[in-house]
Design a protein around this ligand. Structure first.
Ligand code: NI
Length: 166
């Protein structure tokens, strides 16, 4: 396994739309393991998306179980994920491994229904809410070339410089 380099804003490659995974082979398993190791090597990231390590296929990892009082489904490897239902909305603060110097306030759906495949290609389906739903929406945006910076209500009022990425 390997810790991979994370692309950082304004790297244009972060704008690429990623393609669906078609082959659930050993190469995919190895890339998923590298993606996970890269997430773990980072500063407590709750999620990572494949294009952040210049792998332009639709794979994300989300794990918000380390946050207290957050309803969640544990550690999730999501291949070809799709949100099929959205409900409600709320504002919350987000950060990103690809935008290490800032956080921002972003409007997201409060509850989502998510469909995906696991790393073996088996179907998964989840009803998510709150921070987990937010994290999934953030990571799926990466697959379409979007960053939280694109979703700030106001760049002047909703973007915050941070001293340390914890
Ligand atoms: Ni991100």
């Amino acid at each position: 396994m390997a810790v991979l380099e994370i692309l950082r804003y304004p790297d244009e490659r972060l704008r690429q739309v990623s393609r669906p995974v078609e082959q659930f082979d050993a190469a995919l398993q190895a890339r998923i393991d590298d993606l996970e190791e890269t997430r773990r090597a980072g500063p407590g990231a709750v999620g990572i998306a494949a294009p952040q390590v210049a792998w332009f296929e639709r794979v994300v990892i989300v794990d918000v179980s380390g946050r207290r009082k957050t309803r969640n489904h544990g550690h999730l490897i999501l291949v070809n994920p799709e949100i099929t239902e959205w409900e409600g909305f709320g504002i919350g603060r987000e950060g990103c491994l690809s935008v290490p110097d800032y956080t921002g306030n972003v409007v997201r759906a409060e509850r989502v229904h998510l469909q995906a495949l696991d790393r073996e290609g088996n179907p998964l389906s989840f009803d998510m809410e709150g921070f987990e739903a937010r994290a999934v929406q953030h990571e799926l945006d990466h697959l379409d070339g979007l960053l939280f910076l694109d979703r700030l209500v106001s760049r002047r009022q909703d973007l915050f410089q941070r001293k340390n990425y914890e």
